[in-house]
Design a protein around this ligand. Structure first.
Ligand code: SF4
Length: 370
């Protein structure tokens, strides 16, 4: 494997830490009366503008509740885009990060897609700039380009395939069996996991998610000793030392399903702590324990909560509906090309349901993305 080093979490173009910039924009906590007033206002505006709110599992619990109460959805990134495409509303409010808004626009070009804060991004997206990625692809024309859903529309437009965490293994195995060599981007941990499962020849872009990268194998081992009955749930975007200890490795939707259906009283969960809101609502009798991260120190950029997801707030929903701010635009040639790699994945999944449902270890069959 060839490593491509690219340090993206230290500085942005202005010389500031990207995560510090994001944390500075996270809204202050609301009082109960403020929360009620803002929720009522947002609810009325959604109705007035014939808009639907689609929210990711990692955003603030108030936004998740508002989405569910108003006929929207709370889900993973691909399901958010599919839900928005299939809903009658002509305006989609996407509470999540920018690549999710772009995916919604790619699948629903005729609809208006608004976001509470367009600056909400993702370390995987930030760490894979389209121009550098295109140069990487150009340097390896013999490889099939496979990218994870957590990428910009421009990066998807350069790819042959898009994959989510659930179908990545099946698609890479399929390509490997055809003798194809893979160029993989951007998540190095998910890529390594898929490489271990399939034995494929994979050249890796070296990106990672600042939330899942921070879970610690040694501390997890100690926590498991304290809770010997607990099942361990992780995303494949975590380091190998964490994934190796998992009872279930899967996407957000898959980990939620595991908490609801597995016969265990407690779970250690290595995910963004925004996810616990929906898990607690869906499985109120189960005890959920947060997996250990680097801790609240200078070495911890996220402490198990994504700063860009945290930028989403009720006020942002109100602002984008009242003032039309945060509209997502994707150039038509880019959109059409990006749609090609998404459609290829959807066609593969439809044609190969058996391949998707072969679990490697507690992998709950489904399509999904973290
Ligand atoms: S949790 Fe990780 S993968 Fe998800 S948006 Fe944040 S940085 Fe990106």
């Amino acid at each position: 494997m060839t490593d491509v080093q690219f340090d993206y979490t230290q500085q942005d173009a202005t010389g500031q830490s990207c995560t510090a910039h994001a944390w500075a924009k996270v809204p202050a906590p609301l009082t109960p009366s403020q929360r009620t007033a803002l929720k009522d206002r947002a609810r009325a505006l959604l109705q007035q503008h014939n808009a639907v709110l689609v929210a990711h599992y990692y955003v603030d619990g108030d936004l998740q509740d508002l989405a569910m109460e108003t006929g929207g959805c709370v889900s993973d990134s691909l399901e958010m885009a599919r839900f928005g495409r299939d809903h009658a509303a002509q305006t989609l409010i996407v509470a999540g990060v920018r690549f999710m808004g772009e995916s919604a626009k790619i699948l629903s070009p005729q609809k208006r897609v608004l976001m509470p804060d367009l600056d909400a991004t993702c370390s995987l997206d930030l760490g894979c700039p389209p121009d550098q990625f295109a140069a990487f692809c150009d340097a390896h024309p013999d490889r099939t380009v496979v990218v994870y859903a957590n990428t910009s529309a421009a990066v998807k437009a350069r790819a042959d395939w898009m994959v989510t965490s659930s179908c990545a293994e099946a698609i890479v195995r399929h390509l490997h069996e055809q003798g194809q060599k893979i160029l993989w981007a951007p998540d190095r941990h998910l890529g390594s996991y898929v490489q271990r499962q399939t034995g494929a020849d994979m050249l890796m872009w070296q990106g990672d998610c600042i939330v899942h990268n921070e879970f610690k194998g040694v501390e997890l081992e100690l926590l498991r000793q304290e809770h010997p009955q607990a099942k361990v749930l992780v995303h494949p975007e975590s380091p190998k030392s964490v994934v190796d200890q998992a009872d279930v490795v899967g996407s957000t939707a898959q980990l939620l399903k595991a908490v609801m259906t597995m016969d265990a009283p407690e779970f250690i969960v290595a995910t963004d702590n925004g996810m616990f809101h929906r898990m607690r609502q869906s499985a109120p009798t189960k005890r959920l324990i947060e997996a250990p991260t680097a801790g609240n120190s200078a070495t911890c950029k996220s402490c198990a909560h994504c700063p860009w997801m945290a930028m989403n707030a009720l006020q942002g929903v109100i602002d984008c509906l009242e003032r039309g701010t945060g509209e997502v635009q994707v150039d038509e040639p880019v959109r059409t090309q990006a749609l090609g790699c998404i459609d290829r994945m959807l066609d593969f999944v439809k044609a190969n349901p058996a391949a998707i449902s072969q679990p490697s270890r507690g992998f709950v069959p489904n399509i999904g993305a973290a």
